[in-house]
Design a binder for this molecule. Structure first.
Ligand SMILES: [Zn+2]
Length: 209
């Protein structure tokens, strides 16, 4: 099984991607993580990536492709998370996988309504040390984290205006990708509890096991 995984912010995509990787023995490839690892290695490529990231730009298609393909080459079963980010990357990925004779099984899209995304993410306070999150009004900005005591902060990403902006970008991206993946696309309802969504995914993915 070789799949790509999509979901709006707040959809629980990361958690579900993690669970599906374990359940189906897939190598979980997260582009964000791969790029961070490359930066940490301080390789030539890593230095280039660091420069781009620090200047606030998006890492370009060629670099991301290079990074993803070098990993994809190593594994027969994988789940790609955070990639492709645009149509060009999607086409490049298909071309590459065709060369490698490892075609994609399909694309998973977890969907939840925008109102739910905003509801889930806004007013969220995060501990920058251990990752604990709590919501206002139960917690306040500056409260001590219940796990490690660090002051909780509202991340810029969790402000309503920023969430709305991210959603615009997200829909802009996925409307093209939905069309592109067309008959290879599985849409999963992301509403309900984490376990309910996991069950839906397990059932849907079993067709490719
Ligand atoms: Zn903490």
């Amino acid at each position: 099984m070789r799949i790509i995984f999509f979901g709006p912010p707040g959809s629980g995509k990361g958690t579900q991607a993690d669970r599906m990787s374990k359940r189906y023995n897939l190598h979980h490839l997260s582009t964000g993580l791969l790029l961070r690892e490359e930066i940490q290695k301080n390789s030539e490529l890593g230095k280039r990536i660091r420069k781009i990231v620090e200047s606030g730009h998006l890492v370009d298609d060629a670099i991301v492709n290079e990074e993803v393909f070098s990993k994809v080459k190593e594994y027969d079963r994988f789940l790609l998370d955070g990639y492709p980010r645009n149509l060009i990357q999607a086409e490049d990925l298909d071309d590459y996988l065709e060369e490698e004779k490892k075609p994609l099984s399909g694309a998973i899209f977890i969907t939840i309504p925008d109102t739910e995304v905003i509801e889930r993410l806004s007013g969220r306070l995060t501990c920058s040390r251990c990752g604990f999150t709590g919501k206002q009004p139960m917690y306040h900005s500056g409260d001590a984290c219940i796990r490690c005591g660090t002051a909780l902060i509202e991340r810029n990403d969790d402000r309503t205006e920023v969430i709305e902006q991210r959603l615009v970008h997200y829909h802009d991206l996925t409307k093209h990708l939905e069309k592109y993946y067309n008959d290879r696309l599985l849409i999963i309802d992301g509403m309900g509890t984490v376990d309910q969504v996991t069950l839906r995914l397990e059932e849907a993915l079993s067709i490719w096991e």
